[in-house]
Design a protein around this ligand. Structure first.
Ligand SMILES: [Fe+2]
Length: 179
């Protein structure tokens, strides 16, 4: 015989229930919806009969609605629930934002590395231009910033230099750039 879960072990109908017992039963109901959804989705995935597939998918969707109903009751009975869930949502959002920033920084560093081998050459080139009278303080400052490993300025400096590197691909462009 199938052994179904009892929400209130040791209790009989009519016995009083504590708030904690009610909350636990609601959470059990919520997890039963998750389990049912998983079961119906798997049946729909494995069975070829289109009638079964269709109904299983339909009922699996309905279970999501039931989940919402149970969650609403849990929110009412457990006064910390909404605050905790919102805290979790905010934490997750913060972590996703952080990982996006880390990814962006990694991309920036990759881009800098790509151009790093050219920096010495660019520096020498610009210094020789400066020696002949051009005002290259800004460009040299950017190179110094990158070389010093100043993370706060790394990205902007790299972009300036990448732009600069592209601008000095021909003597004519170089002349225009500094005039
Ligand atoms: Fe359900």
């Amino acid at each position: 015989m199938v052994d179904f879960v009892h929400p209130f072990p040791g209790k009989n109908p009519g016995d009083s229930l504590t708030k904690a017992e009610i909350i636990r039963a609601l959470r059990l109901s919520l997890s039963a919806e998750e389990e049912a959804t998983q079961l119906y989705d798997l049946i729909a995935e494995y069975v070829d009969d289109e009638k079964i597939k269709k109904i299983m998918k339909d009922v699996a969707d309905e279970e999501q609605v039931h989940k919402g109903e149970f969650q609403k009751l849990i929110n009412l009975y457990d006064e910390d629930e909404v605050e905790k869930v919102e805290e979790g949502l905010e934490e997750a959002e913060e972590k996703m934002k952080e990982s996006k920033e880390v990814r962006k920084l990694a991309e920036d560093l990759q881009s800098i590395t790509k151009y790093a081998s050219e920096l010495d050459h660019v520096q020498q080139f610009l210094e020789s231009i400066k020696a002949s009278g051009g005002d290259l303080d800004f460009a040299l400052q950017q190179i110094d910033l990158i070389k010093s490993g100043d993370m706060a300025n790394l990205h902007d400096s790299a972009i300036h230099l990448i732009d600069l590197r592209r601008s000095i691909e021909s003597t004519d462009e170089l002349t225009n750039f500094f005039n």
